[in-house]
Design a protein around this ligand. Structure first.
Ligand code: URA
Ligand code: SF4
Length: 188
């Protein structure tokens, strides 16, 4: 799938009503960036700031994420792609439900096909479990590389958790981002 078809798909998603999250969302948050660096970052679902702006990770946790990615990988938003497992905000920031995740999965699949990232970083339990198809928790899944659809998947904590957890969690996120940098450099 080409980058042009990704633009078409974003237009299609902007009016999607395939699940109940369409009833309460303001804007669909499809995803932003490019795959110039080979990196795709996947979060859980839009929060309040993202629902209003239509862009992923623009609130406080996004600001922390941007800082860590810039410091550890030397990348800015223009050179990696960032999207969520569900494209519409779950009310009250609850976890997305399994049927909502299933209804939305075609968009993420199409994004992966169009972007063809070498390295995928998942943020937090929801994104990591959905992509790896496991019930295990982030604490046992992070800290190592996983093979995923012929790519390298690196799970890390959600930056919202790091905001609450402080320095120890941030240091672990930094270590995971260094793993991503090495994987991008070596292709594995
Ligand atoms: N949290 C997420 O998982 N995604 C966003 O886009 C914002 C906050
Ligand atoms: Fe469509 Fe996904 Fe939004 Fe549900 S969350 S309405 S499937 S774009």
């Amino acid at each position: 799938m080409s980058a042009a078809s990704l633009v078409e798909l974003a237009a299609q998603a902007s009016t999607c009503t395939a699940c109940r999250l369409s009833e309460t969302r303001t804007k669909v948050v499809f995803g932003t960036g490019t795959a110039d660096s080979g990196l795709l970052v996947v979060g859980e679902g839009p929060g309040r700031d993202e629902d209003l702006s239509g862009e992923p990770f623009v609130g406080r946790s996004g600001q922390l994420l941007d800082k860590l990615i810039e410091e550890e990988l030397g990348l800015t938003r223009a050179s990696f792609y960032i999207a969520n497992v569900v494209k519409c905000r779950p009310p009250g920031n609850r976890d997305p439900a399994p049927d909502e995740i299933a209804a939305c999965s075609g968009y993420l699949d199409a994004q992966v096909a169009a972007l063809d990232p070498r390295v995928v970083v998942t943020l937090g339990n929801v994104a990591t479990r959905v992509l790896l198809g496991t019930d295990l928790g982030i604490t046992s899944l992070r800290g190592r590389l996983h093979e995923w659809r012929g790519r390298v998947l690196i799970p890390t904590f959600h930056p919202a958790y790091a905001l609450r957890g402080g320095g120890v969690v941030v240091a672990q996120m930094r270590a995971d981002l260094v793993r991503a940098k090495l994987a991008l450099a070596t292709g594995r």
